[in-house]
Design a binder for this molecule. Sequence first.
Ligand code: GAL
Length: 361
Amino acid sequence: MKLFTTGTLLIMSLVGMAAEMPVVTGEPFPDTDGVHVNAHGGGIMKHDGVYYWYGEHRDNGQPSSYQRGVACYTSPDLKTWTNRGIVMEVSETPGDPIEKGCIIERPKVVYNPATGKFVLWFHHEMKGVGYGSAYAGVAVADNPLGPFRLLHTGRVNPGVYPLGTAEDAKNLKWDEKMEWWTPQWRKAIEEGMFNLRDLDGGQMSRDMTVYVDDDGKAYHIYSSESNLTIQIAELDPTYTRHTGRYVRLFPGGHNEAPAIFKKDGVYWMITSGCTGWDPNAARLMRATSIMGPWEQLPNPCRGEGAEITFGGQSTYIFKDDRGFTFMADIWNPKQKSDSRHLWLPVKFGDDGVPYIEKPEK
Ligand code: GAL
């Protein structure tokens, strides 16, 4: 008995294809020119039916401080990626904030329907200072393929206390020479020692992401206070400035590489610990309001390699009508352009808590 016509089978296989999100497990990921995608620490934006993948462009064999800027690739289906070149280039002009030799990491682009602009946020370090600037850079473009023009760069919310700061906490004087990781030091971090240290000049911002909520409000989420504390800062309606409302998450928790998504009214965040380019165990947090309170849960990764996030470090969680994809970087510090990509589906347990497994290939 013939169960299905050829037409039915074709439709079933198309439906099957549509249901399948690409899974990438560290193998080379060639673009349409056959070259491994050189976009790291990045994220994906969908606009007018096209997927845009923005990331750090890393040069082959160049000193690690030399970067060309932010790379962009496009795809109709998340599987085939075409190199669209550098959408924000470092400058050849001495003294320019993004002068060649600066560091540009973890770029994320969001579209602002109210202004019609594409807004690029990135972790920015000025030339010659290593990771000492801890700036957030903002650039805008009229076109998702750029060119993105730098608007400003700097620390976050200078002179502004985080939400909920008690009046007496504002008068605390801290001993910056206190020995790290002692109980007194932990208490001081909790109470805002580094937050206060940076109050006048603004909060540090290193590893970061940007999130646009269902209500159209956007947030900058970043590793602050010498990478000890995550902060979430609300953005204004143009998505290019902070409003001054911000919160501190897990003081002293040493989280970086934040990636966030929302499902059924719950915000989920995955971060890494702070071990530089080396992988470590991912952390999972949840909240029902983006400004907190946030609660920490166990490592969301399961199976072999879970204790080092399968060799990767979170960068973004991409939402599609087929589900959520966890994007991570398997860094190769000796040849950063050959850092590999890890894209794994986010699954949900019966309790609704997300987890990540690396499938056998
Ligand atoms: C990692 C961070 C990367 C990069 C690196 C530099 O911890 O996640 O984005 O900044 O440190 O060592």
